[in-house]
Design a protein around this ligand. Sequence first.
Ligand SMILES: [Cu+2]
Length: 264
Amino acid sequence: MEERSLLETLKQDWLSLPLLASEHGADVDMFIIYIHALMLALFVGWFAYFCLAVWKFSAKRNPKADHVGVRSHASTWLEVAVAVVEAILLLGIAIPMWAKQADKFPDEKESEVVRITAEQFTWNSRYSGPDKTFGKQNARLASQANPLAYDLDDPAGKDDVTPPVKDIRVPVNKNVIVHLTSKDVIHSFKVNTLRVCQDAIPGMSITLHFKANHPGRYLITCAQLCGNGHSSMNGWITVESQVNFDAWLVANKSKTGGAPVSFE
Ligand SMILES: [Cu+2]
């Protein structure tokens, strides 16, 4: 049997973290562990203080109330120490981690770029095809047959691939850049296994990136209450080999011919 490290046991058995399938996710998991360690220390510390107070200041031991109260400054220093630890977690770890994700984008040319459009209550994806250029979209072209308003005359869009809704795929061990938006209300694209969660906002295209390093089929959920079908707003992101991914794109290209498919 494969030996599991203490860290893996802690993550899986104690914290019940889901499978980790992305490169940056290891930092997120470590951060979750640090927060839990601080919470554990606070819990043990406060509980010990509570027991001490019940024992030390019982009516039997202190029949007469002391109106001066606490004379030592230990509690003040303890509070300062907790605030310092929290500041280190926020300024030293959380913000730099966020800045790294937000600023250090991989090169689009060397990445797989996918446009994901959220709508009540599903996920649409679109890939740019061999020319690596997405066809234009124009709000004036929106209709029931073309709800995401693709410009069907734009040559750049001729090789675009629009897979069926809720079926998003990415190659393993390759940087993926997502251009995320929403057709109607605010949604949030969340994939626990990839440690990815980003709001999708109508009128805005928000980019995010990740590198999935573990093949599998992972659940996409919507992490923003978005209407009465919110709980059913799921989808699947499949992480697979480049060969399988390319074959899937070709298969979908021939099926849809780059034209929009109908929505659920
Ligand atoms: Cu939603």
